[in-house]
Write a new protein. Sequence first.
Length: 202
Amino acid sequence: MTRRRRIELIWKGAKRNKGLVAVLVVGLVLFVAILSFFHALWVRQNSATVSVREDAQWATYQTDREVGRLTEALILLRSGDPTMTLAEVSQRFDILYSRHEVMEDADFAAKFRDDPELRRLEKAIGDTLHGVLPLFDRLAKQDAASREDLDTALTMARRLRKLTESLMVTADHLQTELDRKSTRLNSSHRCISYAVFCLKKK
């Protein structure tokens, strides 16, 4: 049987079963509409997720910056620099502590799919800050700090700096990986969108 003959037989069968053809067309149109709807939902959700992750990543930069400022303030105070005061050092710690509280309240690691390394780093930063909180509370009530207290605070600040740097590197790496996956999904969705467009044109 030739190809032309097969096409003729299919066409004749379609003419005899107009109801079946109509049902198939309606089903195809519904399928295309549902596919378009879920594609639009996915694009919107993905855009919102990326925005939230970028905000969370920015929070890591701010936290690391505040740790750096606290470390510099402690070094100046410890060296006897007259431009640095104990009150300013306490203020630097308060800003850092509030930055970390924002990260904790926002459940930072969840924005990156609960990565275990981010969870570990976030917990280590929190434990270090909570551990040194009594020292800074005591310093805030004093006019001067002992050399020993400043050494303890500086050791803590340097430990925190290593943790926040690791947090930034890990968050950057995860963001890159998630962006790469998102790009691949976007490519697949573009193919689907084009297929949907072609079906609608028909």
